[in-house]
Design a protein around this ligand. Structure first.
Ligand SMILES: Cc1ncc(COP(=O)(O)O)c(C=O)c1O
Length: 349
């Protein structure tokens, strides 16, 4: 099977497994795991921020940043398709005590003017805005990238309003490699950021919060409260270090593979995807009978995901070789060519 459901399905590479087996470890709750400390220092350095904190998941990082940067009983402005809103089990409301003010962007990207319009003042009984969140890359937006100028403009808006800006940078290294931007340039424009080593960087576990030292110290307390403090976590941090050392530059291959898949799809069915807008490792096929496409692909050894009844997602990653990508593109071509001419209507419509 060629598994394109997500870049979370990657298995640790042989160098990661070796590093994990040989990792120097200690009790990280006592601050004594040298490998965790190295990974946190490396993450902070790569993103150009003073401090970092290793967490078990991207979701936990997002939730901890909500605790640290937002205030319970306020609003968080976020794009309507964001992971924070859609795929975290309502944790922002349940654990963070915030409500989301969602804004529909283009390909998952917020426009500075829309952010300005969505920010609400702190004047009772208005529910004030305490945080603005962006997602880099925008997952449901098809792996789209916030270019620096858009991010700078959003930063100006949030700074004028006195509201902090947070980046769910689960795939910030994909954005950096796709645009040739230093990831630190993105991190410099936000008050907090998280990124995952467990996605296309191939590590089995782990995400890192990066930001100011006092914010990270506060997050460390909340990480314990949320049950995310780990003991000999150097075993997983070791793989994270290999991910940062060996797996960043190669992301360009994943992006080329995603482009190949999108081009194959667009050639058979104009309009379901614009290959020129596939910037990173995520391909969204829109306006198809998603269940039928996913089932037909599976029959031919390709796994994809149905994001909703009309949208199929395919994600490239290190476990998809060049040969796999070509084979998947050929299968996709056959499957799409065999689909009925008009896509299935949406449910109930
Ligand atoms: C944009 C984004 N943020 C956060 C997460 C959460 O990461 P995790 O699965 O490690 O909790 C994901 C996971 O796919 C994601 O795509």
């Amino acid at each position: 099977m060629i598994d394109l459901r997500s870049d979370t399905v990657t298995r640790p590479t042989p160098p990661m497994r070796r590093a994990m087996a040989e990792a120097d470890v200690g009790d990280d709750v006592y601050g004594e795991d040298p490998t965790v400390i190295r990974l946190e220092e490396e993450a902070a350095a790569r993103l150009g921020r003073p401090a970092a904190l290793l967490c078990p998941s991207g979701t936990m990082c997002n939730q901890l940043w909500l605790r640290v940067l937002a205030r319970p009983g306020t609003e968080v402005v976020v794009e309507a398709d964001a992971h924070l809103v859609n795929y975290e089990g309502g944790a922002g409301a349940l654990l963070g005590g915030v409500q989301f003010r969602t804004v529909t962007g283009e390909r998952g990207l917020l426009a500075p003017g829309d952010v300005a319009a969505a920010i609400r003042p702190d004047r009772f009984p208005i529910t004030p805005t305490s945080l603005v969140c962006i997602e880099q890359t925008a997952n449901r937006g098809g792996g789209s990238v916030y270019e620096l100028d858009r991010l700078e403009a959003i930063r100006k808006v949030t700074a004028n309003a006195g509201v902090p800006l947070y980046c769910d940078g689960a795939r910030v290294f994909n954005a950096a490699v796709a645009t040739g931007t230093d990831p630190a340039a993105y991190a410099a424009l936000v008050d907090g950021l998280m990124f995952c080593v467990s996605k296309a960087l191939g590590a089995p576990v782990g995400s890192l919060m990066v930001g100011e030292a006092d914010a990270i110290a506060e997050a460390r307390v909340w990480r314990s409260r949320y049950g995310g403090a780990m003991r000999q976590a150097g075993v997983v941090a070791a793989a994270g270090l290999v991910a940062l050392e060996q797996m960043v530059e190669r992301l360009a291959e994943d992006h080329a593979h995603a482009h190949l898949l999108a081009s194959a799809a667009a050639e058979v069915r104009a309009g379901i995807v614009d290959a020129d807008r596939v910037e990173t490792n995520i391909v969204m096929l829109e306006g198809v009978d998603a269940a039928a496409v996913v089932a037909a692909l599976r029959q031919e050894g390709v796994l994809a995901g149905a994001m909703d009844p009309r949208t199929v997602r395919m994600v490239t990653h290190p476990d998809v070789s060049g040969d796999d990508a070509e084979r998947a593109a050929a299968v996709l071509t056959r499957v799409l060519a065999a689909l009925p001419a008009s896509p299935a209507p949406p449910p109930g419509g």
